[in-house]
Design a protein around this ligand. Structure first.
Ligand code: G3P
Length: 484
């Protein structure tokens, strides 16, 4: 572990099995969102170093592709064990770097180890198929196709700040089990947590070059990585704008993009309002709403709106606000810019007639949980993703109106429907343009083996363990032409 410490808090990047300082001589300060001090520095690497990392990865991948699934599994199992044995250290780093409560950070580490182990099992149990030629008209019985999944090559894994370990491993583990090499580019805020995770992988003895950790300035290496001819697939989680730009730049390679959302919680007049309020508040405000799957608007039938708003307010009043070190659910946002943006959305809504039920208070980058009632379609907060603790309530007069407003969004990640009528739930679900619908539960990604899908501005491709492995392999057909 000490291998990666230049000084107390300057971290090296990782390529070809070595921890290195960049030739650029430059580092990037990582500022804690709640300690308001620099907690470490990461390397600002050069384009030449990116080239070296990618071509070393190609060399390593060729050998890795020859290894058996059991061999790959043994490295990844060690990685999972190593993460668990460093659980406290990594959780503490996540907490300090991205301001997530220690409990949630700790859960993230354990969830990651579980994710890796499930990925191993899934990969071990995935098989190709064979097809008979004579099932097609005029086809011959003597033709048999063997359809296998083979590695895709070098995968670029770009992870966001909000799950700096889990969402990184959710790309790296399937890529490795599928026989690929990985260039891992963490969000800069989150890069120290990502570094700790890669230290654990290094400790597991992974062959040299197979995984590189590249950190640096987006302006220097961002587009360079995405447009690099050595890249065979990109898996990106982050903002929609960045994802759209990435998709324009990356040509002719498979992409999986997990982007933003504006998930609605649709509350019907027959819903269990108390339970709906609990789910909505947990869905909207966990980690201060800094989740792509957070509930980001409530569409409630006007007949039950007053009662629901009262119940949601009661739940919001129970939320703890403050430092992640105290286990608060509402914590300072990742940076001041995020808090500024949320204030703009709130001000716009208030200027157009929305009412504050609770909240609308700010201390530095800490925004208190804010509930806005009587939000209407002309307000920005009805459509834009705050990525923070503000929840708009939009009152609707019918199921159709709820569906219309839900679908008018540029996003299509998830939606929740709260109703006691299963027929109604399926009727509404069938009309919603989203990747997943939760019936009587909050929007969320897990359990992590479920398919995770974003449509429209929320992304492309499918994640979820099996789907991630599939997305990081390509099919190859070998046809046996047997003698008659
Ligand atoms: O924002 C990232 C997204 O993957 C959320 O995951 O588990 O909080 O629903 P989760």
């Amino acid at each position: 572990m000490a291998t990666n410490e230049v000084t107390l808090s300057t971290y090296k990047f990782y390529m070809n099995g070595e921890w290195k300082e960049s030739q650029s001589g430059q580092t990037i300060d990582i500022m804690s969102p709640y300690l308001y001090e620099t907690i470490g520095k990461v390397q600002a690497i050069t384009k030449e170093e990116v080239d070296d990392a990618i071509w070393s990865a190609h060399d390593a991948q060729k050998e890795w592709a020859k290894t058996s699934l059991q061999q790959r599994a043994s490295y990844l199992n060690k990685w999972a064990d190593e993460l668990v044995s460093r659980q406290e250290e990594i959780a503490d780093t996540i907490m300090r770097e991205v301001g997530k409560s220690y409990k949630d950070a700790n859960n993230e580490v354990l969830r990651t180890a579980d994710f890796i182990r499930y990925t191993i099992e899934e990969a071990l149990h995935m098989h190709g198929e064979s097809m008979r030629g004579d099932s097609f008209p005029g086809g011959s019985k003597s033709k048999v196709a063997i359809v296998e999944r083979i590695p895709i090559g070098v995968v670029l894994a770009i992870s966001p700040f909000n799950y700096p370990v889990n969402l990184a491993a959710a790309k790296i583990a399937p890529a490795l089990m599928a026989g690929n090499a990985v260039i891992f580019k963490p969000a800069t805020q989150g890069a120290i947590s990502g570094t700790k995770m890669i230290e654990a992988l290094d400790e597991a003895g992974l062959p040299k070059g197979l995984v590189a950790l590249v950190t640096g300035k987006g302006s220097v290496i961002g587009d360079y990585l995405v447009e690099h001819k050595g890249m065979n697939m990109i898996s990106f989680t982050g903002g929609t704008n960045t994802g759209v730009q990435l998709a324009k730049k990356a040509t002719m390679i498979p992409l999986v993009l997990e982007l933003g959302g504006k998930d609605p919680g649709i509350v019907c007049e027959d819903a269990d309002l108390k339970e709906a309020a609990k789910q909505i508040v947990s869905g909207a405000f966990s980690y201060s709403g800094q989740r792509c799957t957070a509930i980001k608007r409530v569409l409630v039938h006007e007949k039950v709106a007053d009662e629901l708003v009262g119940l949601v307010k009661e739940e919001v009043e129970k939320l703890t606000v403050g430092s992640p070190e105290e286990g608060s659910m509402i914590v300072p946002l990742i940076d001041n810019r995020s808090a500024d943006f949320i204030q703009i959305l709130i001000a716009d809504a208030l200027g157009k007639g929305a009412e504050v039920v609770i909240g609308n208070k700010r201390e530095h980058n800490l925004i208190y949980p804010t509930l806005l009632d009587h939000v209407t379609e002309d307000m920005r907060v009805a459509w834009e993703e705050p990525f923070g603790p503000v929840l708009p309530i939009i009152r609707v007069s019918s199921e159709d109106e709820a569906v219309q407003i839900a679908n008018a969004s540029e996003y299509g990640l998830q939606a929740s429907i709260f109703t006691k009528d299963v027929n109604r739930a399926f009727r509404i679900s069938g009309k919603l343009e989203v990747g997943s619908v939760q019936i009587n539960g909050r929007t969320e990604r897990g359990p992590d083996h479920f398919p995770f899908i974003g449509i429209k501005g929320s992304g492309m491709g499918v994640q979820g363990i099996r789907k991630s492995i599939e997305s990081m392999t390509r099919e190859k057909v070998t046809v046996l032409n047997l003698a008659e």
